[in-house]
Write a protein that binds this ligand. Structure first.
Ligand code: AMP
Ligand code: ZN
Length: 160
């Protein structure tokens, strides 16, 4: 019986992949079929697969084929394709595991806790009373700058 050409990732792979260049990137290897994953959607620009350490049953990661660390580095066509797949998968993921909703999120940059420097959107199924909070619960409350100042700064930064 010939050995399969792909193998499932180990925790060593996960650790080694942290902030690795594209050649060593575990998500590039999954996109390229070099490392096995439980793939649930595959398009030329986007691959979606189950998280190997799921926060809930049905926890999916949606990744672009392009090796970029942050969403602001995505080419427009990759960003469009990525979010289209997220929108298309959210319903089937929820239905498949009988969830009441999904939390959809991106750790965008090392400072946010992102561990793999290849953009990935988490789709995590949710149930009432599942013990997890909303995204509001990850931030402490505190004094904030006036909205008008911050809004103006963002409009300036994006050039209009
Ligand atoms: P983040 O902390 O946002 O960078 O999330 C990285 C996610 O990738 C974690 O939830 C890991 O469990 C997941 N992960 C790491 N390696 C693999 C892999 N080989 N296959 C599937 N998911 C993985
Ligand atoms: Zn990569």
């Amino acid at each position: 019986m010939p050995l399969p050409r792909t193998r499932h990732a180990t925790l060593d792979d996960v650790t080694a992949a942290s902030y690795a260049p594209a050649m060593a990137c575990i998500f590039c290897k999954i996109v390229g079929g070099e490392i096995a994953a439980e793939v649930v959607a595959k398009e030329p620009r986007v691959t979606a697969f189950l998280d190997v350490q799921p926060l809930a049953d049905g926890h999916v990661l949606v990744v672009p084929a392009a090796h970029v660390a942050c969403i602001e580095e995505l080419e427009p066509a990759d960003a469009d394709a990525l979010f289209r797949v997220v929108a298309r998968l959210a319903g089937p993921v929820r239905k498949a595991v009988g969830a009441a909703g999904t939390t959809v999120g991106v750790n965008n940059g090392e400072a946010t806790g992102q561990t793999i420097p290849h953009v990935h959107v988490h789709i995590v199924p949710r149930w009432p009373d599942d013990g997890a909070g909303s995204i509001h619960t990850i931030f402490p409350r505190g004094e904030r700058r006036p909205l008008a100042d911050v809004g103006a700064a963002i409009r300036r930064a994006k050039g209009g």
